[in-house]
Ligand binder design. Structure first.
Ligand code: NAD
Ligand code: TYD
Length: 334
């Protein structure tokens, strides 16, 4: 099997490539990544020279490049490439439209032209918007509230449209919040861990009672692997960890694990249109594909904290670079 993995130098993409190398060493992988601020070749250092793995620096919205890559005879596209941070989409939505919407359409067109066997769109539970009680199923209404989630919804629905209109073999997955190694420190969990290790305040948006469902990144990768092999074409699969936590609960637990004082918690101005709760019903993937998460919340949190403790140079080099300017801009007015 020959895979085109896009956005493979990011958090989930790099974990996915590592998972596939371990589980299916005979599968060939081409990783197409633009190396934005979130893409980091350090994430794949152990894999970069392995036979059967190729890296291409480029943009998924670049028609010519995508056409060239797909003309080499690839079987499957797994599209992780995206602008992925809600707060950045509030500051400037343009790159979200360029990559998440236009880029996905370019990949779908390429897949159509070259007769790709499977197109896996890595979507998100954020397409459903917020839910106060109960769980979203794959049939629930899509009501995105941020420019990020709106752009992901557009991409998600383009996959549906290409399946319906052109019989393109697309499958969509909608996963909840991931945690694990190599997550960029703008996201809540690595932000809390690394700020705490630096004895810096930990910013909590609003009242801190927003709820997210957390899944270990390795479990997400196993789910994607199952969907590639056994998922129904045109199908949508929710993926969740079953670990709902308020942000405050999660942050308190992290500070405890790190032996840091709870006084580092600092309440700051809320994010506009901040979704209160995400929760998805995973009956379909568990019954149809036999997948379920292997990591408990405690195990996932411990593994994640451990990784950041052991990989200080990885996050320190990110936090001291260009990212420092973003952080300053994002949090100075809050
Ligand atoms: P990330 O920001 O860590 O990585 C994104 C990667 O895409 C980076 O390597 C970046 O360089 C690359 N990229 C960005 N624009 C590109 C372009 N135009 N062309 C090629 N490459 C480009 O994101 P992540 O957290 O790993 O998320 C990966 C995917 O999973 C995204 O599509 C995201 O919407 C989805 N998702 C994430 C979560 C989560 O909790 N992180 C949950 C559900 C779904
Ligand atoms: P985030 O990691 O940005 O993921 P998402 O918004 O896509 O779920 O944020 C997770 C939750 O943590 C969300 O409710 C916003 C909140 N949050 C904070 O309270 N402080 C922070 O500094 C960040 C980055 C997020």
């Amino acid at each position: 099997m020959k895979l085109l993995v896009t956005g493979g130098a990011g958090f989930i993409g790099s974990n996915f490539i590592r998972h596939i190398r371990q589980e299916h060493p005979d599968w060939e992988i081409t990783n197409l990544d633009k190396l934005t601020y979130a893409g980091n070749l350090e994430n794949l250092k152990d894999i970069q020279d392995q036979p059967g793995y190729h890296f291409v620096k480029g943009d998924i919205a670049d028609r010519k490049l995508v056409d060239k890559l797909l003309s080499q005879g690839l079987d499957v596209i797994v599209n992780f490439a995206a602008e992925s941070h809600v707060d950045r989409s509030i500051l400037d939505a343009s790159p979200f439209i360029e990559t998440n919407v236009k880029g996905t359409q370019v990949l779908l067109e390429g897949a159509k032209k070259h007769g790709i066997q499977r197109f896996l769109q890595v979507s998100t539970d954020e397409v459903y918007g917020s839910i106060n009680s109960g769980h979203f199923t794959e049939e629930s209404l899509l009501s995105p509230n941020s420019p990020y989630s709106a752009s992901k919804t557009a991409a998600d629905l383009l996959c549906r449209a290409y399946f319906k209109t052109h019989h393109l073999p697309a499958i969509v997955t909608r996963c909840t919040n991931n945690l694990g190694p190599y997550q960029f420190p703008e996201k809540l969990i690595p932000l809390v861990i690394t700020n705490a290790l630096e004895n810096k305040p930990v910013p909590v948006y609003g009242d801190g009672l927003n709820i997210r469902d957390w899944i270990f990144v390795g479990d997400h990768c196993r789910a994607l692997d199952a969907v590639i092999q056994k998922g129904q074409l045109g199908g949508i699969y929710n993926i969740g960890g079953g670990n709902e936590k308020t942000n405050l609960e999660l942050i308190r637990k992290l500070l405890e694990l790190l032996n840091k004082p709870q006084s580092l918690i600092q309440f700051v101005t809320d994010r506009p249109a901040h979704d209160r709760r995400y929760a998805v019903d995973c009956t379909r993937i568990t019954t149809e594909l036999g997948w379920k998460p292997a990591y408990s919340f405690e195990k996932a949190l411990n593994a994640t904290v451990d990784w950041y403790l052991k990989n200080e140079s990885w996050w320190r080099s990110i936090k001291s670079g260009e990212y420092a300017k973003y952080y300053e801009r994002m949090y100075s007015h809050r």
